[in-house]
Design a protein around this ligand. Structure first.
Ligand code: AMP
Ligand code: MG
Length: 403
């Protein structure tokens, strides 16, 4: 049995980045950048008005009301490119360039432009610099604004678009095959007979793997039969980067997943992790294909996918950050540690009225209780061999994917 951190570092050691590809910026959300993004312009590209109003010289409006001659108009996309002199004002819109000679913008609400007079009355003074964002105040041309390995998400898209990256180089999507094993399993559209249950693990793994950027192929359900497993796995590893199985990795007489991996010449890097839930997790390789043999219990699947498989899938795409976002929170209820194993327990995060982040461990029926798990937003990490950890203690954990 190896510690969780060691298992994660073995996964990362054995994983190498896949090729890269070019995708349209509009299709790039959820991918990992494989190139640095460099600003090709200053931002703003010119001194920019931040308000609708009048470009003025602050000195001209030190005493108000002040009467100024309106000499032009600067609109977004159609600036006024002459020099503004003392005693003058230029009507200006948000996003328009501030004319040379002006040093402030007074917002339109604090002005009055009587019809037909060609003048504006500035009702309140402004200090120099007000409502102007100077050229390059945000970004200078040539600056690196995002780096290879960063996530592309809705927050980063504006940066890609604004600097002209119509196409973006990203890590190729890993090709994942999922294969649920167990003679008790029937597919979602079937009514389970006696002694049977519906497969849910294939769908859980597919959902998480897609969120991680992979393409997923669901294989037919496989029974607890060594030869059937071997044949399906053998066909699957031919055309995927990662094969993820669930079930059949414990000590039961019909647990054949590892045997089948070995029948195919798999190199096994670990097969037991000091983790609750998820102890019998297997990681290895057949040829070039990484293989994960996850336990059968649905909550163990969710936990081990997020700790181990997710790291591999992100590393394959070149991600700098391969683990779930970490957090520290105040434990809302007592929990018990596990002898010899670290726990990653499902929890719901709240904030209290003082702004503290609270983690409330789920009341759940163990690693088979996927209905309780549906409410989890985080996993909290209880060290191995901890006696009871009391409510109010500070615990570490990680956020589960949100979508
Ligand atoms: P195993 O690891 O094969 O012994 O399975 C442990 C438990 O998880 C058993 O109760 C199985 O019935 C259940 N299980 C295994 N595979 C799945 C699956 N694909 N979907 C839902 N439950 C499963
Ligand atoms: Mg089984």
């Amino acid at each position: 049995m190896i510690p969780v951190v060691e298992a994660i570092s073995i996964v990362l050691e054995q994983t190498s980045a896949l090729n890269t590809e070019s995708v349209a910026v509009g299709e790039s959300t959820g991918r990992i950048l494989a190139e640095d993004i460099v600003a090709d312009t200053d931002l703003p590209p010119f001194d920019r008005a931040q308000m609708d109003g009048y470009a003025v010289r602050a000195a001209d409006v030190a005493n108000t009301p002040a009467q100024l001659k309106v000499v032009g108009e600067s609109a977004a996309g159609a600036g006024w490119h002459q020099e503004m002199n003392a005693g003058e004002a230029v009507r200006i819109m948000t996003g328009a360039p501030v004319p040379v000679g002006a040093d402030a913008v007074q917002q339109v609400e604090l002005t009055r432009e009587p019809n037909g007079t060609g003048t504006v009355e500035i009702l309140e003074s402004v200090e120099a610099g007000r409502s102007i964002v100077k050229q390059a105040a945000e970004i200078k041309s040539g600056e690196t604004v995002l780096r290879a390995g960063d996530d592309i998400n809705a927050q980063t898209i504006a940066t890609l678009a604004s600097f002209g990256y119509a196409q973006v180089i990203v890590g190729r999507r890993p090709r994942v095959a999922v294969m649920a094993t167990g003679s008790e399993l029937v597919d979602v559209n079937e009514k389970p007979g006696s002694d049977q249950i519906r497969d849910s693990n294939n769908y859980t793994i597919e959902a998480y793997a897609r969120l991680t950027g992979a393409t997923v192929r669901r294989l037919p359900l496989a029974g607890d039969d060594r030869e059937e497993l071997r044949q399906q796995m053998s066909a699957a590893v031919e055309n995927c980067d990662v094969l993820i199985t669930s079930g059949g990795v414990s000590m039961g007489v019909y647990d054949f997943t590892k045997t089948a991996f070995r029948d195919l010449g798999a190199e096994i890097f670990f097969e037991r992790v000091a983790l609750r839930p998820g102890k019998p997790t297997v990681f290895g390789r057949i040829g070039k294909t990484l293989i994960f043999g996850l336990p059968g219990n649905p909550v163990s699947v969710a936990v081990t996918f997020n700790l181990f498989v997710r790291a591999a899938l992100r590393a394959m795409q070149g991600a700098t950050e391969t683990s779930l976002p970490r957090l520290t929170a105040v434990l809302a209820r007592d929990v018990k540690g596990s002898r010899g194993r670290e726990s990653y327990l499902p929890a719901i995060l709240h904030t209290d009225e003082k702004g503290n982040l609270l983690a409330e461990p789920l009341k759940w029926g163990g690693s088979s209780d996927f209905v309780s798990f549906a409410r989890a937003t985080a996993l909290i990490n209880i060290p191995a061999d901890a006696a009871t950890v009391n409510a109010g203690s500070i615990v570490d954990g990680c956020r589960l994917p949100f979508m």
